[in-house]
Write a protein that binds this ligand. Structure first.
Ligand SMILES: [Zn+2]
Ligand SMILES: [Zn+2]
Length: 275
């Protein structure tokens, strides 16, 4: 009986690994790209800009498409070119001047070749979820501290609050210290869990998407907080309230830390009032 269960489990693991193997082989075949010292910084910027782009297009179309109004959190706000360009410029120069040297050091200190086997699908999903939960907790502590200590707020976090009604390209409009702190938490968790390189890439992509969605200014029926049950996920509706009120919703993604510390401000009341 036990032997039967064991072989079934082994068969499941093998099939879930086989599921990801073709994709992992594709990634490994791009050696010239993945082993380049520029890979991490190009991957980070490209993913970020690609995720921001649809929201930038929506913002440009917004005045001519009335149907979008019901999904816009601040219906009377649309970012101007004068707001969009400085945000994009800040992301690009911070990545070139500050992020690239750090990723170069990381590249130089990790000469290990990529593993030939893909991770199991279940392992990848579990690692990504745990990394997100850890990232959420770490950023919650960082964020509360940078609001409660005026010196920290003035010198490091205030920049990110310059846009009270946020938009996608404002996601990474932040001080270098905040950018490094986020990058540090991001890397720390995948190291702690010993994640497979494919899991690391997937986590980076998911993390960038969720942070862009948080700042997008649009609350769609398919927004992540509407897909996760029981109000566990705050997402764009909650983070937008943080940008408007400063004293609530410090966790970037999930709601449990704000619930525990009494800093949760539910978004539903605001939307009811807005109606
Ligand atoms: Zn924010
Ligand atoms: Zn804040």
């Amino acid at each position: 009986m036990n032997g039967g269960n064991g072989s079934e489990l082994q068969a499941f693991c093998d099939s879930s690994r086989r599921f990801l193997q073709p994709f992992w082989d594709c990634v490994r075949n791009q050696e010239a790209l993945t082993e380049s010292p520029f890979f991490l910084v190009i991957f980070g910027i490209t993913t970020y800009v690609v995720f921001c782009l649809p929201f930038v297009v929506l913002d440009v179309l917004y005045p001519w498409v009335p149907a979008l109004r019901r999904y816009k959190i601040h219906p009377n706000f649309s970012p101007t070119v004068g707001q969009l360009l400085p945000c994009l410029w800040q992301t690009l120069y911070q990545h070139v001047l500050f992020v690239f040297p750090v990723t170069l050091l990381h590249w130089a200190s990790s000469p290990d070749p990529l593993p030939t086997e893909a991770p199991e699908l279940l392992e990848l999903v579990c690692h990504v979820v745990v990394c997100l939960l850890l990232f959420d907790a770490e950023f919650f502590v960082w964020h509360v501290l940078h609001h409660k200590v005026p010196w920290l707020y003035q010198n490091f976090h205030k920049v990110h609050h310059r846009n009270s009604a946020s938009f996608a390209l404002a996601t990474q409009y932040m001080s270098v210290w905040e950018l490094f702190s986020l990058g540090f938490f991001d890397m720390l968790n995948v190291k702690l869990l010993g994640c497979h390189p494919l899991t690391v890439l997937v986590f980076h992509v998911v993390n960038i998407w969720l942070s862009v969605e948080d700042h997008s200014g649009y609350d769609f029926p398919w927004s992540t907080h509407r897909l996760v049950p029981f109000g566990w996920y705050g997402g764009v509706a909650h983070h937008d309230l943080h940008h408007s009120h400063f004293t609530c919703n410090f966790a970037p993604y999930f709601t449990h830390w704000d619930k525990l510390l009494g800093t949760l401000r539910p978004a539903l009341a605001k939307f009811l009032c807005a109606c």
